[in-house]
Write a protein that binds this ligand. Structure first.
Ligand code: IVH
Length: 677
């Protein structure tokens, strides 16, 4: 294809994909199947690969990009991001309304918007293109998170015209949220990886937004609602907030569908009651209703205090917290072997749901909160999330029970428990009945071996009916055995056996990921596979060798060696590899003979200017060098940009050669490697 032809097809594809992104992520009304979308996406991707000069920043293929940062830069907002005056009592709302009526007269209208419990964000568009995103920070300045915001599919990289004039520069405000289902799946995944779950969707959203590596943000399912224009270079002629919301929607931004208008305080109260009732049906967290004076000119008249505008008020919801008593604290083994102390409580109704169990997370948390059997406690429920014990309530004169102690052995398989940071863990990953179902699911999961037909229900049945007592049994299953299980017929049984058979020839990275080694996610599994090439090499690697892999720090290296060092795990792995699973080897990056930089170990630290960090990494690796994250005596060069951090000091300590960016370019030029334009 000629350049011109490619350019025109690329233009068409981008427009088409943008429209489908908008329909899917913003309007929730897709018009084409995922497969049809994927075809368009891949066609665009292939054309952009063939004509790299035609790649543009706002192409739908370019959402995830940029290299990890060492810290997030601070930026000043286009206009201050104020917070809201708030209260949960109707009396406070009446007072707010009365004050406005006194100043402005009786002909008032309010926009009522759900108060989204997420992370506030500023989005700046220049000529309709997303130029910057920042967290709220202290309201005047925040942290720049542009690369992260770009990964949120509902954030348009380009605004739509849609018949409304678009200001040349436009700063918007919205709330980044994580939906409850996504939040729960994320927490499950974290638990599967032996990591600490998030306490609530807000923390999860805020944490995802503030990642230093946009690839990590991209793995977190985030959504957004936009509700305000913070600043605009041109007057668009909006007279009211309701018109602002209409324009936002017309420009392709996601506006909350529950926003509405009210004229009286009675209507406000009714809408509030309505929203409280719907709170449990909504699949994201809201913690109140924001009441905003609709007319913009009148807002100007009222002005703001240094913290909040006088024209808005957050009518908060009653907290979803109640008091009750702990009857017993029992250790419960989760799917990843983490033993969680669970408080069994006198049942109490919180927001319409009866709660009788709450997690106490880990032994340190129990000690920090100092809760014991018999104590009175405050319990909180956030959405559908597992209830938590917030705090112990004083009970003067009451004699307290003994402090909780974790058992020494696993309550499910009696293996001696080990301590991993604040967590207590059963190390018998694959043979512990409490963990087996989760292990089967993870190994069969789409991102791992991708065993078709192996879902939650089947995994449960396989374990409960005793068909799989140890993980390797999964690969010895026969179709006749499956016929004993509820819901299986000949066709489905043989389909599952075929699925298992197909999956048993797998890629190294997928197998590593599927093992559920604590902290090893899909990206790390890929890096490990690329660096070591074979399962045996990963399994034998010591902590120092592991840390030569980009992204593997001392903590993760220790987790990996501990996992492989555990005798039960070793036994199961030997059985899996004994004809049950065939792991394909990959050519290890370090041994890539072809490249002129083969054998060189290079660490990148600090920012670069001419190249991005990921460009530098890709270029070096493409020519055979190994780019690692930890500096050791084996490191050949440390490339240090501005703000290099401790790695530079370590390099100097060990006497490792340090290059600046020009030095790196010279090294490349010396090997006749051209940097990208
Ligand atoms: S308006 C000057 N509207 O609630 C306007 N805020 O302190 C101030 N929030 O962190 C914000 N939903 O991020 C507004 N529909 C909504 C909101 C909303 C959530 C957050 C906001 C801020 C907090 C209020």
């Amino acid at each position: 294809m000629q350049l011109e032809q490619a350019e025109s097809r690329i233009g068409e594809l981008r427009e088409e994909l943008r429209r489908h992104d908008y329909l899917y992520y913003v309007r929730d009304r897709p018009e084409i199947s995922d497969e049809a979308y994927d075809r368009l996406f891949h066609e665009l991707k292939a054309l952009e690969e063939a004509f790299p000069e035609l790649v543009s920043e706002d192409s739908p293929t370019q959402r995830v990009g940029g290299s990890p940062l060492s810290s997030l830069p601070t930026v000043e907002h286009e206009a201050p991001m104020l917070s809201l005056d708030s209260g949960a009592e109707p009396a406070a709302v009446r007072k707010f309304d009365e004050r406005l009526r006194k100043l402005l007269g009786d002909d008032l209208a309010y926009t009522l918007e759900p108060k989204l419990d997420g992370a506030s964000i500023e989005l700046v568009y220049d000529e309709g293109r997303l130029k910057r995103a920042a967290t709220r920070g202290d309201g005047r300045t925040g942290e720049e998170v542009t690369a992260n915001a770009r990964t949120i599919p509902a954030v348009p990289l380009r605004l739509r015209g849609a018949g409304r004039p678009l200001p040349a520069r436009l700063a918007l405000r919205g709330e980044v949220i994580m939906r409850l289902g996504d939040f729960e799946r994320l927490n499950e995944r974290l638990l599967e990886q032996g990591r600490e779950p998030f306490a609530n969707p807000r923390n999860a959203a805020a944490g995802a937004l503030r990642q230093l590596d946009p690839r990590l943000t991209a793995e977190r399912p985030l959504d957004i609602f936009v509700y305000d224009i913070l600043a605009a270079s041109d007057d668009v002629g909006h007279a009211a907030q309701s018109e602002v919301l209409e324009s936002l929607a017309a420009w392709g931004l996601k506006v909350n569908p529950l926003n509405r208008l009210a004229r009286t305080v009675e209507e406000i109260e009714e809408a509030h009651r309505d929203l409280v009732e719907r709170r449990d049906e909504i699949d994201y967290e809201i913690d109140g209703m924001v009441i905003k004076l609709d007319e913009l000119a009148a807002r100007e008249e009222l002005g703001s205090t240094s913290h909040h505008p006088r024209w808005a008020f957050a009518f908060k919801f009653p907290p979803r917290r109640e008091e009750t008593r702990i009857l017993k604290i029992v250790p419960s083994v989760g799917r990843t072997g983490v033993v969680t102390p669970v408080a069994l409580m006198r049942p109490v109704e919180i927001g319409g749901v009866t709660v009788s169990r709450a997690t106490l997370h880990n032994r340190e948390e129990v000690a920090r909160k100092d809760v014991r059997e018999g104590d009175r406690v405050r319990v909180q429920r956030a959405g559908d999330v597992i209830p938590q014990v917030v705090e112990r309530l004083p009970w003067p004169g009451k004699k307290r029970g003994p402090a909780f102690r974790m058992p020494d052995a696993c309550p499910s398989c009696s293996t001696p428990l080990i301590e991993r940071g604040p967590f207590t863990v059963c190390p018998n990953s694959f043979d512990c009945p409490a963990q087996l179902k989760g292990r089967i699911l993870l190994l069969g999961w789409r991102g791992a071996l991708d065993i078709e037909g192996l879902g939650e229900e089947t995994a449960r049945l396989l374990v409960e009916k005793g068909l799989v007592r140890h993980l390797p049994d999964l690969f010895d299953l026969r179709a006749e055995q499956l016929l004993e299980l509820e819901g299986f017929a000949e066709k489905s049984a043989s389909a599952l056996i075929d699925g298992i058979e197909r999956a048993s020839h797998c890629d190294l990275d997928r197998f590593l990921f599927g093992l559920g080694i604590p902290e090893v996610g899909a990206a790390t599994a890929r890096d490990l596979a690329r660096n070591f090439g074979s399962f045996g090499a990963v399994r034998r690697a010591d902590a120092e060798a592991l840390q030569q892999v980009s992204g593997v720090g001392p903590r993760m290296a220790e987790q990996i060696t501990a996992f492989f060092g555990e005798p039960h795990n070793s036994e199961v792995l030997d059985q899996l590899l004994d004809g049950r699973i065939h792991v394909r080897e990959v050519e290890p990056a370090a041994a890539c003979e072809a490249g002129p930089l083969a054998g060189l170990r290079i660490v990148l630290t600090g920012g670069l200017e001419r190249l991005t960090r990921s460009q530098a990494k890709e270029l070096l690796e493409a020519h055979g060098a190994q780019v690692t994250s930890a500096v050791s005596r084996k490191t050949d060069y440390v490339v240090a940009g501005p703000d290099p951090g401790t790695k530079l000091a370590k390099a100097q300590d060990l006497g490792v050669a340090v290059l600046d960016e020009q030095g790196l370019l010279d090294l490349l030029a010396g090997h006749e490697i051209d940097p990208p334009e």
